[in-house]
Design a binder for this molecule. Sequence first.
Ligand code: APR
Length: 174
Amino acid sequence: MSTIDTVTGDITRETTDAIVNAANSTLLGGGGVDGAIHRAAGPRLLEACRRVRRTSFPDGLPVGEAVATDAFDLPCRWVIHTVGPNAYRGQTHPALLASCFTRSLDVAAELGAASIAFPAISAGAYGWDADEVARIAVAAVGEHPKPGIETVRFVLFGPRVFEAFQQALSERGD
Ligand code: APR
């Protein structure tokens, strides 16, 4: 039975086996979580992402898909990159966002990760409402079988998003 918890803080400092990056389709870095993870992981992460692009996703990582790399200078073991839906591009279907969480859990389970940390995917530059992200994330994670995964942690930046996830968890009775 997995535990699901919420903390406020910087996901780059998490020591879970895997942390999830709110990337973009290029996988070549950006701002927000993506920028923080690349800065903390060091330049080898960008090299690894370029390799992923060359070998597996030459047209870029699709929205809702997930792929893992090593974590290099980060304290965790793996970074699972996923691309959230962008509300400013009309990508507002909940299933697109739910897929970011479920595909990341699939990848984490395939790696044998026992713990995983998620940011509030799409709740920043991609313009989704924090309450909706929280509801979708908590439901998707709650319904996924999560084989071998003992801990799922939502790592949130600031009280607004933290409250949204606390509320979503309490509504689900978690
Ligand atoms: N740790 C945890 N959460 C963070 C961190 C951090 N270090 N930095 C930002 N956040 C929070 C934001 O406050 C927001 O609540 O993560 C959430 C997601 O915000 P973004 O990082 O902007 O991600 P997203 O909305 O999915 O937009 C992705 O932004 O950075 C670019 O390359 C990225 O193009 C992609 C887009």
